[in-house]
Design a protein around this ligand. Structure first.
Ligand code: NAD
Length: 351
């Protein structure tokens, strides 16, 4: 039996629990939150026997095979490092940290502990994406030439997710003082991961970040100053020579939560559109199809979820591809996007 401890019992922790509770050989044996109301309700809902207010206490007293860190971004570093110092496998929510220095400290701790370490980039749960990555790595598209990838939401201009003006869960995402790195940190992290998973490492970034006027007096609502970026566009070059655009926005009317990537090589092209399907990709390859602009839809075989892959990593002791080293790389893309916007020029990604 794999014994898991959950740190942070808010919204996303319930999604984790939904997954682990269906696995026969996994048991959530302990949970921890600084909010007594939330930790008690969570333990009751998911039948977790041991409840803690302090994660250090939990790590001291429990025999755990793995820990899931679902606390807000600013707490990821200290908590994950404490877990790794106990040599316990860790599954940390995205983004790995709130800045590049902390992300690197976390990777150092993971290397010293030499236990599985993983970051939850949720869209890797898509079997269509996993299959498309395999096809590209097999060389089917030839040399990478051009990429366009985007993550589009519309909650600043739609009531489809509720009215952001009265929702603290949305308002903190618009305020740097509340720890937000804007749309870049919130969903840019996912689209950068998806793009580099498909196309390989990014070498240089040029990025423009924008914070548009939301029509609020003094650009604030109560304690929330609305200063975090809400749209970004990056031009990137890949280490393999390809060129691409990566962008995200909260102003994209008609889009609820749309992730899409189109990858063009000199022998074929692939499209992933997670709005349309999680378990399909489209491909255009072969001289006949290329000349007729014909795309085929391919249904992918099921692949394990991130949650299943974390449990497998615990059992085998082998790290997953979505490890802290990859988390640092994505954190570096965020870091250099901000640098590029500040400096107004193209910057090289240094890991
Ligand atoms: N992978 C995804 O697609 C995805 C989706 C949503 C959220 N997330 C990530 O999950 C994390 C949590 O987000 P959320 O939406 O669940 O937030 P949340 O605010 O609903 O929950 C966070 C919980 O952590 C608790 N907490 C804070 N400090 C703590 C500490 N020191 N020790 C123990 N508990 C502590 C809070 O009291 C709260 O209950 C964030 O990093 C977020 O970016 C990821």
């Amino acid at each position: 039996m794999i014994r898991l401890g959950i740190i942070g019992t808010g919204g996303m922790a319930n999604h984790h629990a939904t997954q682990y509770s269906t696995m026969q050989d996994v048991k959530m044996t302990a949970c921890c939150d600084i909010s007594s109301e939330r930790r008690t309700a969570y333990a009751e809902k998911w039948h977790i026997p041991h409840i803690y207010a302090d994660y250090r206490d939990m790590l001291e007293k429990e025999q755990l095979d793995g820990v899931v860190n679902v606390t807000p971004d600013a707490m990821h570093a200290d908590i994950s490092i404490a877990v790794l110092q106990k040599r316990i496998p860790i599954f940390c929510e995205k983004p790995l940290a709130s800045n590049l220095d902390n992300a690197k400290r976390m990777l150092d701790a993971a290397r010293r502990a030499s236990v599985p370490n993983m970051v939850n980039f949720s869209y890797r749960n898509s079997s269509g994406l996993q299959a498309a990555v395999e096809v590209i790595r097999a060389g089917t598209l030839g040399q990478l030439r051009h990429v366009e990838s985007s993550y589009l939401q519309s909650w600043l201009v739609s009531h489809g997710w509720g009215d952001w003006r009265s929702m603290p869960s949305m308002l903190w995402r618009l305020s740097t003082q509340h720890g937000s790195a804007g749309v870049l940190g919130d969903i840019g992290v996912h689209i950068y991961d998806m793009t580099s998973f498909l196309c390989g490492d990014i070498d240089t970034i040029q990025c423009s970040l924008r914070t548009f006027d939301k029509g609020e007096p003094e650009n604030r609502i109560g304690e929330y100053v609305l200063d975090a970026n809400d749209s970004f566009v990056s031009t990137v070059s890949f280490c393999n020579g390809g060129l691409g655009t990566v962008h995200a926005s909260r102003w994209a009317i008609g889009q609820a939560n749309s992730l899409r990537a189109r990858v063009y090589g000199d022998q074929g092209a692939i499209e992933i559109d997670l709005d349309r399907s999680y378990d399909e990709y489209r491909i255009c390859k072969g001289i006949v199809n290329i000349d007729k602009f014909k795309w085929e839809t391919v249904k992918a075989a099921p692949t394990p979820s991130n949650y299943e892959r974390f449990v497998t990593a615990i059992k085998t002791g082998r790290n997953d591809a979505s490890d802290f080293a990859n988390g640092v790389k994505i954190q570096a893309y965020l870091h250099y996007s901000i640098e590029a916007d500040k400096r107004g020029c193209t910057v090289k990604v240094e890991l």
